[in-house]
Design a protein around this ligand. Structure first.
Ligand code: NAP
Length: 282
């Protein structure tokens, strides 16, 4: 498939990283109702739509509680319009960048069959509604891929990269979590397009990350860097911590998924090189 048959919706962090890595075009038009989406579709005639629209809150998901309307319109209504598009134009392949933050329990690893069950944050609720809405057309044979990702980590410095966030927080949690390396996400999206993979896809790396391990790697480059470990009770906020079973659908088709713990030294090394090359400081 030619790159110009694939259209990314949204113009934020992940939309732009997918554009950079995969060479797909972005459409940044605002979508306030189904007709806006239909107009974009008629104008660009894409074979594949990658939806990277959403509202994650600023500086974090707590902010979604104060912005219920924005959260539900970006995170739930847009997927409703995508579902409608799939009924009106069954030929189009729709890929939704979704979230694994619909669970919150470290007692089990969640599979692609599990249904989101964490309602403690409105962000999570809005994503559960979205996922359930998109699953219906999938059951009816529509070409929709629901890519659950978690905690983007990247070698390119960015305020949205968890590595930047942790270095700045200096006080961190030590709970195992599934995580998505942004280049793995981009490769995964390309694989999904090429292999026509539909339904729920846990697009996370193999293994779970513990933040101290990541910061200890960073300390190898910045020996005087100090951090402290805390717990959720002490910081008094709601956060999701969970493990997803990396996509079985992709694995069966031969997708090579790296273990995040093998990637940590590579990510931090490349990240430090980027910082140096671009003369960045945190
Ligand atoms: N980053 C993460 O930690 C993370 C983790 C898991 C899942 N995700 C999901 O991945 C997706 C992309 O996240 P991101 O980090 O790239 O977020 P982002 O940087 O905030 O980008 C979101 C984009 O969506 C756009 N948008 C929101 N409502 C829109 C609408 N009605 N019509 C058109 N565009 C609209 C925003 O435009 P405006 O800014 O102009 O509103 C922005 O360009 C989201 O669904 C998010 O929930 C992200």
């Amino acid at each position: 498939m030619k790159n110009d048959n694939i259209l990314i919706l949204g113009n934020g962090y992940l939309a732009n990283r997918v554009k950079e890595e995969n060479g797909w075009e972005i459409c940044a038009d605002k979508i306030n109702g189904y007709d806006d989406l239909e107009n974009i579709f008629k104008k660009h005639k894409p074979e594949v739509i990658v939806c990277a629209i959403g509202f994650t809150g600023r500086p974090n998901t707590d902010n979604c509680e104060q912005n219920i309307e924005k959260t539900i319109s970006s995170n739930t209504f847009i997927p409703v319009y995508l579902a409608e598009l799939s009924f009106r134009h069954p030929e189009v392949h729709i890929i939704s960048i979704a979230s694994g933050c619909i669970f919150n329990d470290s007692d089990k690893a969640y599979t692609e069959e599990d249904i989101g069950n964490y309602e403690g944050l409105f962000y999570s609720r809005s994503k559960i509604y979205a996922e359930e809405i998109l699953k219906y057309p999938v059951r009816l044979g529509r070409k929709i891929s629901i890519c659950r990702i978690r905690i983007p980590i990247d070698y390119i410095p960015s305020p949205r990269n968890v590595l930047d966030k942790l270095i700045n927080y200096k006080t961190i949690l030590d709970i195992p979590n599934s995580i998505t390396y942004v280049p793995t996400l981009c490769r995964g999206l390309d694989f999904i397009v090429k292999h026509n993979v539909y339904g729920v896809i846990n697009l996370v790396n193999e293994g779970t990350i513990r933040y101290p391990k990541l910061l200890d790697e960073y300390k190898k480059y910045v020996p005087d860097f100090q951090y402290k470990i805390t717990d959720l009770k002490t910081i008094g906020v709601k956060r999701t911590n969970l493990e997803l079973v990396p996509s079985v659908k992709l694995k069966k088709l031969g997708f090579k998924n790296e273990n995040i713990n093998d990637l940590i030294p590579i990510i931090v090394k490349k990240y430090m090189e980027e910082m140096k090359t671009n003369k960045l400081s945190l």
